[in-house]
Design a protein around this ligand. Structure first.
Ligand SMILES: *[C@@H]1O[C@H](CO)[C@@H](O)[C@H](O)[C@H]1NC(C)=O
Length: 414
């Protein structure tokens, strides 16, 4: 296998892994049952206790108190994370990636032409076998890194964990770009990005869950594990944070854009090396759907070169490292709200196996993106592996706390 294309695909690739016939069946976490539900079960048990009841009828069910819900995700080679969802009634199963920088949710449809890749996904949405399907029909088209995804919108129930957003607008993808073919593990994407509702009134799955009263808090959080380590799983928590997966306090940053989880970042530095690389302010976006940390070329080149990386021939802006020294590389620090968030080489170096050899590449990649305010960084999964991230829509902020990786892993890595 040629490694280089694999590296290229690492960048911004969300979709697809070869059609696994079985959808993931991960046990959803136990022990988080709402108390109210237990109460209801007792009330419902027929003739449980023959206590004379004075009220004229049975007590009405109290509304169940929602609690945060953990959804386990799978880490594919540190390249992307995906998990199971269902759409429709009865539920049709899909594996999807969870992207925090897109508000759109889509999966392939049975109504795709045989000559297109969408037709060859083994899991495709079939509206005719769902009792909760509602037509919409409006066309959609969105830009994926590898090309355009085209189709039309429909409404149906979308279930993540056991939380069901009813009447969810989503895309039935009729046409998928051919580039997705190489690598088909996921069927589509759940968009956990922010939607600018001045432009579009379709609620995201998460916003629907909030507005339908299904979550205790309008927050969701990610714990992303490291591939090939003792970390047993990755977890998306809907409706709150899960303290089993982080340590210490959160550093918060206010969101500054209506349509992205975007905040001000005060600088990027390597204290151990040459001090401040970039004392100027940036904008930054956290994205669970990007497998790299992407920043202005001038800065990422400088950073990678000073860390000892060699530019990869034919792949500008990508750097290779000697695998023997990556353990000794200093932390790269992202300065947010006066706090220094350090990412170690365990997370900013990607190890890839190929032709009996291990290659080490920098996950810090150059690509110039500019906002009205400042250059923009995308803090993708290498950053999120280091920092448990909460997306707090209620307070319009994101929060970062050190991810708690397993003890066993600490021993393995020393
Ligand atoms: C299912 O979708 C197709 C294509 O959009 C549409 O023609 C058909 O009417 C839908 N079926 C039902 C039962 O609504």
């Amino acid at each position: 296998m040629n490694l280089l294309p694999a590296v290229a695909v690492l960048v911004f690739t969300l979709a697809s892994v070869a059609c696994v016939t079985q959808v993931l069946r991960l046990p959803f976490s136990q022990g988080l049952r709402p108390r109210a539900r237990t109460h209801r079960n007792v009330l419902r048990r027929p003739n449980a206790l023959k206590i004379p009841v004075r009220s004229p009828g049975p007590l009405p069910d109290p509304p169940p108190t929602p609690t945060p819900k953990d959804v386990k995700l799978v880490n594919f080679n540190n390249k992307f994370y995906y998990g199971p969802i269902t759409i429709g009634t009865p539920g049709q199963e899909f594996n999807v990636a969870f992207g925090t920088d897109t508000p759109s949710t889509w999966i392939p449809t049975v109504h795709s032409p045989p000559e297109n890749l969408a037709h060859h996904h083994c899991r495709r949405y079939d509206n005719t076998s769902s009792s909760t399907y509602r037509a919409n029909g409006q066309e959609f088209s969105l830009v994926h890194t590898l090309g355009l995804v085209n189709g039309y919108l429909s409404r149906d129930s979308v279930t993540i964990g056991d939380i069901t957003a009813k009447n969810q607008i989503f895309g039935e993808a009729v046409l998928l770009p051919d580039g997705l073919q190489d690598d088909i593990l996921t069927d589509g994407i759940i968009g956990l990005g922010k939607r600018d509702y001045t432009e579009n009134d379709h609620l995201t799955v998460f916003d629907n869950m909030v507005s339908q009263g299904l979550l205790p808090d309008s927050v969701f959080s990610f714990y992303l594990n490291r591939f090939d380590t003792a970390d047993p799983e990755s977890v998306l928590t809907l409706g709150g944070t899960n303290p089993s997966y982080y340590t210490g306090k959160f550093t918060f940053a206010d969101i500054v854009a209506p349509h992205r989880w975007q905040f001000r970042m005060d600088g990027v530095q390597v204290s151990e090396l040459y001090g401040i690389f970039s004392p100027r302010p940036f904008q930054a976006v956290v994205d669970s759907g990007t497998s790299m940390i992407v920043g202005p070329m001038e800065i990422t080149d400088h950073l990678n070169e000073n860390l000892g990386g060699k530019p990869l021939p034919g792949w500008p802006k990508m750097y290779e490292f000697d695998c023997d020294v990556v353990g000794t590389l200093p932390d790269v620090e992202f300065v947010v709200n006066g706090e220094t968030l350090s990412v170690s080489s365990k997370d900013y170096i990607l190890k890839l196996q190929g032709e009996g050899q291990t290659h080490c590449y920098s996950a810090i990649l150059g690509r110039n993106m500019h906002d009205e305010e400042a250059p923009v960084w995308i803090l993708g999964t290498p950053f999120m592996r280091a920092y448990y991230t909460q997306f707090d829509a209620g307070n319009n902020r994101v929060g970062f706390a050190k991810a708690k990786h397993t003890k066993l892993e600490l021993e393995l890595f020393g």
